[in-house]
Design a protein around this ligand. Sequence first.
Ligand code: PMV
Length: 361
Amino acid sequence: MENIWLNEAFKGEAPNGFQGQVGWQSPSNIALVKYWGKQGKQLPQNPSISFTLSECRSETFVSFEKADKFGFQFFFEGKENPAFGAKIEKFLLENQAFFPFINRLTLKVESRNTFPHSSGIASSASSMSVFVMGLLEIESLLVGPSTGSGTLDLCKASNFSRLASGSASRSVFPKMALWGATDCYKGSSDEYAVSLENDIHPVFKTYRDSILIVSDTQKSVSSRAGHGLMEGNPYAPARYAQANENIKNLLAALKSGDLDTFINITESEALQLHALMMCSNPSFILMKPNTLRIIEAVRNYRNETQIPLCFTLDAGPNVHLLYPESEAEKVEHFIKNDLVTYCNQSRWIADHVGDGPKKLP
Ligand code: PMV
């Protein structure tokens, strides 16, 4: 299927003297049903669902100026960063049919993350979505906002973010997002994520995510390589079927506020993601001994206290603890007393469900 925004791409050129700066912040997100395995042009093998975070975010200013040809510079935390800049530049050049106006602009991107970059937290979701928000604002300065309502079109932002990094497609929506076509949700698409904000029980709108930093070292497998390894993974078809089943049941649990089902699916998805890596060829073990110690402690705590605390994992050793806001005092006490001992330099990040990208003054 042809991407619906290809025909609509603004084909004009920036007028002489066109210059300025736009600034946006955009959050990271944590998947509950995981996207692991892709097809075609950055399309998912199965739908995924995530919480949009709040404290872990990227803040980016894009300065633009009319020029004879495309120019690009990327600064991360004040220093030029050609490696990360190359990723964004590649995304722009591969997708220039969507934004031909950049061919006559020089762009200088200055980005920072609110979370420590040595925390092992993936930043592609926040950093790619924030850049796309800036790019769409520049386009809107040339043509007027695409919705005509003075705001940027979030489905379009999600589509372009997806082309840069799959999980980034989910970061542009407040509270929760679903990316990937499923019969269980009208309007869902492989091309962009959709907001679940109006289809979730209030308990999830203020959910907490305390991120325990078990290790801050770089991942031994990039997510690009990890997705690629699903192609030869003998368990892949069963995994995609299971993910679809989990999407169906999680959507129902999110609507009704059924925390038992939420916990069951969320923990199973985290463990399946790591199980898939363990049975890829070559195989990877991204959990550390302290990851397992935390998981065991969380399950014991839940059994003893009946507090609905659960965990999820990204493609790394750090543990995301998910729980209702009403349990925050007790869970934070548990973290400080029993769990920080398993964290690298006792580090953890108190995050919570958030509102999506915002324009910076
Ligand atoms: O967006 P990518 O290509 O970095 O892949 C993200 C994969 C996971 O974070 C492991 C799962 C997910 O759905 O976010």
